[in-house]
Design a protein around this ligand. Structure first.
Ligand SMILES: *Cc1c(COP(=O)(O)O)cnc(C)c1O
Length: 468
């Protein structure tokens, strides 16, 4: 923001008017924060009052397709373009429909965490990741610097590809891989004075690995760097990492949040303030990172979300909690069926007590606003799992090819069950060595269970396994 003194009385008038609106909005946000998770998910910031005043009474948030906004006069334009008043201006910078989605996500991710959060919605999950990490990978000293960041190696294939090729190969930024992300000692040995942040994906896709969120946030903070987590597979209905000190949470909105599968999108949610040792003249960098990214790098780089996609996400998000409850319960039944099947030698599902990462997941994955009868929330473990088929890899392909109800697709988070073989699809590009390191053998089938009756999904798996 610039100094008020240089602006004329017209601009100051608009700033005064804007301050009134901002005060009203603050009150509105405080009112909504008192609601339960489901109510926030259904309504967000869009009130009946706003519908009647501005949108012909439409009860659903309107879809604003206009690329740009008109101003009343030159003073308002000047104030808006200097970011002195709230404005959406141009859809590459902001848009009213996207704004509704950003607020719902910020409020849900901040729910019961004791943290104030803000959100930036982007075109895809990948662009949310890039938007979150790039501001930390900047030059800080005159002399040559060997910048690095420390990341779990168990990552979504696209993220692994971005880190290893775009960052390491193309830019010479060192990525220090952690092979066992539940081992805090391994993280400790990888950090040095040039480490810019710690990065984890939990639960990871497809291995379902998990980390000790609080311990990693504490470790990052002891080095004055942020902890960033991709919590796509958990969604805010099962885990809100800000509660444990996480600085930045990333979601691919394309997955469980937009379970209909009708849109692509991403989100970056940050707490206020974040921990960082990066020197940046703009106070927003530390105080409100998501807003900083939105006003500056996002504007300059252009990974803008599309308003129709934002509306699809907003619409699916309204029932997130009950949907994650349902698909988690279905997944538990399917995982238990697979675990006792003689042709399956391993099932990785966080809800199975025999699974290595179960104790950590039990600590962190809980259905928000649920009650186990003693006033505590109960566990739900999401709908992603993987299982390994006995014998050589053609066996897994045979089972996979014989699925009749479950769709063969490199997709997850759907209302419909989908499956893929990661070694030949999502994790094909990273090569054999990296797959071994990340524990993705060709016998592994990734399965994401939807909202069908679980008996029908079990029936489909059973007939496919019988073809062996
Ligand atoms: C799919 C996915 C991404 C990438 O999201 P897009 O919306 O496809 O760009 C990132 N992280 C995880 C865990 C994912 O599953």
């Amino acid at each position: 923001m610039n100094d008020d003194q240089q602006y004329g009385p017209g601009v100051l008038k608009y700033m005064k008017e804007a301050q009134k609106l901002l005060d009203q909005k603050k009150k509105q946000v405080n009112r909504i924060k008192k609601f339960k998770f489901d109510t926030i998910a259904v309504h967000g910031l869009y009130t009946a009052e706003e519908a009647l005043k501005q949108n012909q009474g439409a009860i659903i948030e309107p879809l604003y397709l206009s690329a740009s906004q008109a101003y009343r006069d030159s003073d308002e334009m000047e104030a808006a373009l200097a970011y002195l008043i709230p404005t959406w201006c141009y859809t590459r910078i902001a848009n009213p429909t996207i704004y509704y989605l950003e607020w719902v996500l910020a409020l849900l991710e901040g729910y019961k965490t004791g943290q104030d959060a803000s959100c930036l919605v982007t075109a895809s999950g990948m662009s949310a990741i890039v938007s979150a990490i790039d501001p930390f990978l900047v030059k800080q000293k005159e002399e040559e610097e060997k910048i690095n960041f420390v990341s779990s190696v168990q990552l979504y294939g696209g993220t692994y590809q971005h880190f290893s090729v775009r960052k390491m190969q193309d830019r010479g930024i060192e990525v220090r891989w952690v092979e066992h992300q539940d081992d805090i000692e391994e993280w400790k040995t990888k950090i040095n004075e040039n480490t810019r942040f710690l990065y984890s994906e939990a639960p990871s896709n497809p291995q379902q690995s998990f980390c000790d969120v609080k311990a990693l946030a504490d470790l990052a903070h002891s080095h004055e760097i942020p902890f960033i987590i991709d919590a796509t597979c958990a969604t805010p209905a099962l885990m809100r990492p800000l509660a444990y000190g996480t600085d930045i949470v990333i979601h691919s909105l394309t997955k469980s949040i937009t379970s209909s599968g009708l849109a692509i999108g991403g989100a970056l949610i940050s707490r206020k303030p974040i921990v960082t040792n990066i020197k940046n003249d703009n106070p927003l960098f530390k105080e409100n990172f998501a807003e900083y990214v939105k006003f500056l790098p996002y504007r300059d780089n252009g990974p803008a979300a599309s308003p129709p996609n934002a509306l699809f996400a907003l619409n699916d998000l309204r029932t997130l909690r009950s949907k994650m409850d349902l698909v988690s319960q279905n997944s538990q039944q399917v995982a238990e069926f697979l675990a006792q099947h003689p042709r399956v030698y391993q099932v990785d599902y966080l809800g199975l007590p025999s699974f290595h990462f179960h104790p950590l997941a039990k600590k962190y994955l809980k259905l928000v606003d649920s009650d186990d009868g003693t006033g505590k929330e109960f566990n739900r473990y999401g709908h992603l799992m993987s299982f390994r088929v006995d014998g050589p890899s053609p066996n897994a392909r045979k089972v996979f090819d014989n699925l009749k109800v479950i769709f063969r697709a490199t997709d997850l988070g759907r209302i419909k069950s989908v499956a893929c073989i990661p070694a030949i699809s999502t994790h094909q590009q990273q090569g054999e060595k990296a797959r071994q390191m990340a524990d993705i053998p060709p016998q592994m089938i990734r399965l994401c269970v939807g909202a069908e009756d679980p008996d029908d999904i079990i029936g489909d798996l059973d007939q496919a396994l019988r073809t062996l």
